[in-house]
Every structure is written in C-alpha cells, then in structure tokens.
Design a protein around this ligand. Structure first.
Ligand SMILES: NC(=O)c1ccc[n+]([C@@H]2O[C@H](COP(=O)([O-])OP(=O)(O)OC[C@H]3O[C@@H](n4cnc5c(N)ncnc54)[C@H](OP(=O)(O)O)[C@@H]3O)[C@@H](O)[C@H]2O)c1
Length: 291
C-alpha cells in the first residue's frame, strides 16, 4: 500500500492516477470525502482527514510500505509556514513506527539555500526532519511550475500577464506532469537511501521569454508587465491571500532575482531516463485555454 498526500492536487493527483493505472494499491488523502470520489472510483482507498493532526497522519501511514508527501500550508490564514512544518513533523514522527521503507517528498528548488522566503525554507526544514528519521527517501526539488501560467488565462486574453519580478530573470521551469512522473519512477525503482534531485526542467526561462513565445504561438502581442510589490499585495489580498503569504512570495521573487541557477540537469535525466517538458511543449496546453 502506498500513501499519497495531496491526492486532490496537481502532483499527488497525477501520481495517484499513474499508480492506479499500474494496478498499485494506494491510499489517498484529502480533507474532503467528495474530492476523492474520482480516485476512489478508480480503486483507491480514501483516507479523509487533516495532515495537521498527528494521530491522523499516524493512522494514514499505518499499513503502508511507501508514501508520497507534498505539503501546502494555508495561503489565507498567515500560518502557511507553521502548517507546513507541522505536517513535516507529523510525518517525521510516524514514518519509522509505521515501517515506511521508501518516502518520496516533493519540496522545492532552493530548499538547500538561504532564500529568505519561508515558502521555500519550510521545505528545507522538512527535509532535515525527514533525513533525521533515517527512513530511505527520495527528495524532489522542483523549479517553478509551468502550470502557474494557468493563473493568468484571463489577463493573457487581454494581452498581458504580470508578476512583481524582473522580466529578464531566468528561472528553471518544470511541469507538474514531470514531477509526478519522476515520483512514480522513483517509487517503482525503490529506495536508494537518502537522495535529493533538483527538478530544473529542460531550461531556464524569463517572463519575457514566456511573453515572446506566447506572442509567437498566439500570433498577437502578449506583454509581460512587472508590477510594483504593493500592487501585487493589493491584488492578491483582494483574492483572500494573506499578507504574510504575499510577503513570502515577494521574498521568493527577490531570491529568483539574485540566485544564479546552475543545476546539473543530467543527474535526474540519467537516473530516471527522463526528458523534461520544454516551454515549447507546454505552450499548446496553455494556448488551448486562452480565449
Ligand atoms: N507552484 C510552483 O511553482 C511551485 C514550485 C515548487 C514547489 N512548489 C510546492 O509544491 C507544493 C504544491 O503542490 P501541488 O501544486 O501539487 O499542490 P496543490 O495542487 O496546491 O494541492 C494541495 C494539496 O494539499 C492538500 N492539503 C493541503 N493542506 C492539507 C491538510 N492540512 N491536510 C490534508 N491535505 C492537505 C490538498 O488536499 P485537500 O484540499 O483536498 O484536503 C491538496 O490535495 C507546495 O509545497 C509548493 O510550495 C510549488
């Protein structure tokens, strides 16, 4: 039995389907029964509860040999960092007694660096807690998700997209399909002690690179517009995102601006026989959804 957290989310959902297709027995976690209906229909065992609850985590891991962990703190209540650490701690405290022989943790690019952003630093703290358990684990550190671009469908239709980030800064991009694929391959391959992989995708792209490629694909001008930090906070808090999460996102953008990304893409490609998705391959998915 394999425990899949985040099973109603981007990575866990894709991983769950791959494993079910393969006839694996999986247990899928969500806080809401109805969100698990599709996976249960495909044969997964539902596990409804909150990963912030240590007893729930212990029960969810009980009887599993392997587990996939992804954490997502609440972006609305200002406690996202504390929540992610709590979930990490709950896992670290239960992995050994549950007899887990292989854990996959999907964290974040930069988890080993001093980024100044609690969004990334939470993943580094969780890595440390998990490592201390001595349980064999494969840690994936994905770069920016291409799928973040789906947040801009509406403005792209009007000819632009925005972030409070320098348009020329190049950042590694990866697709959530690829993260799920590597997690799947790692589970199939089995444990190799403690191992960490940077998932930097095929290339680094800047916001301007994305705007140029989109303009080319759509045959009309799409502009990237850098917005001021306070404008970003105003818009995002208007959507109910906490000010704290906005601040931590801004700190992450500042990290992107000073980081010099220099990942060895061959390591993960060699280990998992992996050809990462390029922006050119991703764009048709985005364009299909733009009006
Ligand atoms: N976006 C990026 O560019 C990027 C880049 C690198 C790393 N990351 C990291 O990737 C992670 C997000 O992965 P994702 O996109 O696959 O997730 P997602 O689509 O945002 O889904 C979040 C999942 O977490 C579950 N969840 C949240 N809080 C929970 C709780 N207290 N108890 C039980 N389940 C809970 C949700 O389940 P229910 O709501 O159904 O309960 C849902 O399945 C985050 O750690 C993020 O920092 C993101």
């Amino acid at each position: 039995m394999i425990l899949i957290t985040g099973a109603t989310g981007n990575i866990g959902g894709r991983l769950a389907k791959r494993l079910l297709d393969d006839g694996e027995q999986i247990r899928v976690v969500s806080r809401k029964t109805e969100k698990l209906a599709e996976l249960v229909g495909l044969g997964a065992e539902p596990m409804v509860g909150d990963l912030l609850d240590p007893d729930f985590v212990g029960g969810a891991l009980d009887g599993c040999e392997k587990a996939f962990l992804v954490v997502q703190g609440n972006v609305r209540n200002g406690q996202h960092y504390e929540e992610e650490l709590q979930v990490g701690e709950n896992f670290a405290n239960s992995l050994k007694s549950a007899g887990i022989s292989h854990l996959i943790f999907s964290g974040s690019m930069g988890a080993d660096k001093s980024t100044g952003s609690p969004i990334i630093e939470a993943k580094g703290e969780i890595e440390k807690m998990l490592k201390e358990t001595g349980v064999p684990a494969t840690v994936l550190r994905p770069g920016n998700f291409f799928e973040n671009m789906f947040n801009f469908l509406e403005t792209i239709s009007s000819g632009f997209f925005t972030y409070p980030l320098d348009g020329g800064v190049k950042v590694p991009y990866v697709s959530v399909d690829d993260i799920a694929r590597i997690a799947y391959k790692a589970l199939k391959r089995g444990p190799k002690g403690w191992e960490v992989y940077d998932l930097a995708g095929a290339e680094d792209y800047s916001m301007r690179d994305i705007a140029v490629a989109l303009s080319d694909k759509l045959n009309r001008m799409i502009k990237y517009v850098r917005i001021a930090d306070d404008q970003f906070v105003e818009v995002f808090t208007g959507f109910g995102i906490s000010e704290k999460f906005c601040e931590d996102m801004l700190a992450m953008f500042r990290f992107f601006e000073r980081a010099e990304f220099d990942y060895d893409r061959e390591i993960v490609a060699g280990e998992f026989d992996y050809q990462p998705m390029t922006m050119k391959q991703f764009l048709p998915k985005l364009v299909k959804m733009i009006k």
